[in-house]
Design a protein around this ligand. Sequence first.
Ligand code: HAM
Length: 444
Amino acid sequence: MAEKRKFQAIKGTRDLLPPETELWNRVEQTARQVFGTFGFGEIRLPIFEPTELFARSIGLDTDVVSKEMYSFEDRDETSVSLRPEATASVCRSFIEHGMHALPQPVKLYYTGPMFRRERPQKGRYRQFYQIGAEVLEALQPGLQDSAKNTGKDAAVDAEVIEMVMAFFAKIELDGVQLEINSIGCRECRPKYIELLRARLLEEKDKLGLDSQYRIDNNPLRVLDSKLESEQEIIATLPHINEHLCETCAKQYAEVKRQLAVREVSYKENWRLVRGLDYYMRTTFEITARGLGSQNAVCGGGRYDGLVEILGGMPTKGIGFAIGEDRLILSLEAAGKGHVAKGCDVYIAWMGEKAQDTAIHVARTLRQAGFRVELPPVEQKFGKALGQADRIGARHALILGDEEIASGKWTVKTLADSSQQKLTEAELAEFLRKHHGSPLRSADT
Ligand code: HAM
């Protein structure tokens, strides 16, 4: 006999089940609604892409590309990878569909699963979900990245940050903290990196192995280190914002000014360098309460030049991605994960005639947007009311011989056990009064 195998979700992946999925839907709907008010349209992207796309965009030396991608050889021997993030895909799509010819900038948002083979823990999964947005703007030929444009870029950066903060406010996320930084551009960053490298070399012996390795290939990432023994040394390192070129410094100052105008509070964090290679100038991260060590619910920044690296024309870009799993965890920790449970009306029917009426009423009420539970077999009223209570129904509609004969139906409100006799026409009116608009999920 074949051995019975008990299958389980693969480590780092999980099933999302009702009623929690209601909360996920509410979060996504709110994002769509808020992003819509800022003029963003939805893009739906493939789950897998050529490995090369991520390697070129995110960078070969990053943790994401060097250690965490799910890559495999397709049957035609090309290497493909499950997407670890979506910015690279948005840029690929921008080029592929000639979006530079559309009115600029192009504002897109996405939601969906991403895959990184990290060590799973609370708030960190191998399949996780992001809600992200990107603003791309192809540069008109001949228009260089001049100092004159920094005001415009800063306004776009500040608006993108304002949008994500507006979304967090709308879903009432607790303890939201925004940190910002500027990591310079191709002009000023290499000079800063040399300075940083020289300083790190002086301290090399006191650094951990990871940081020692990074001195050569990515010294900026040393600033990200959480290693206790390195903190004192890091505190003595030169700050990038003291080494920004004039354009970057101007732009950073303008981002801060515009955030203040938009009443967005922020903290500057000179160590915020982000783990993906495509960033330049503005970077930001947002943390929320109730998450422990994995408390970043959003990360983003500017990535001018990425489209060009991928074979497109010179294009500016800025965007962010929210970790939806963490967002949900934080809402739940704050007791804000409550979702309307159960149903509006449980129909307790007895007798063949009553079943026909029950089927008809269930259809009418569902068409009006109410959540209706219609048991497939008749139950004694006592048992039916017990079941209505267990599934969290707000009302029980009792249909027996007497109700059918008189045309007056009994409606019981479970919370206070009050009862009324109502005609079919009065029933809809009564429910509407008690439940407000029945299509409640669409208005949240
Ligand atoms: P990221 O910082 O790698 O940026 O990820 C963004 C957010 O995704 C993180 O702040 C976190 O909330 C969530 N996240 C990342 N890894 C995991 C995981 N293993 N489990 C659960 N949540 C996770 C990006 O992905 C960039 N593409 C953001 C961006 C868009 N930059 C510009 N445009």
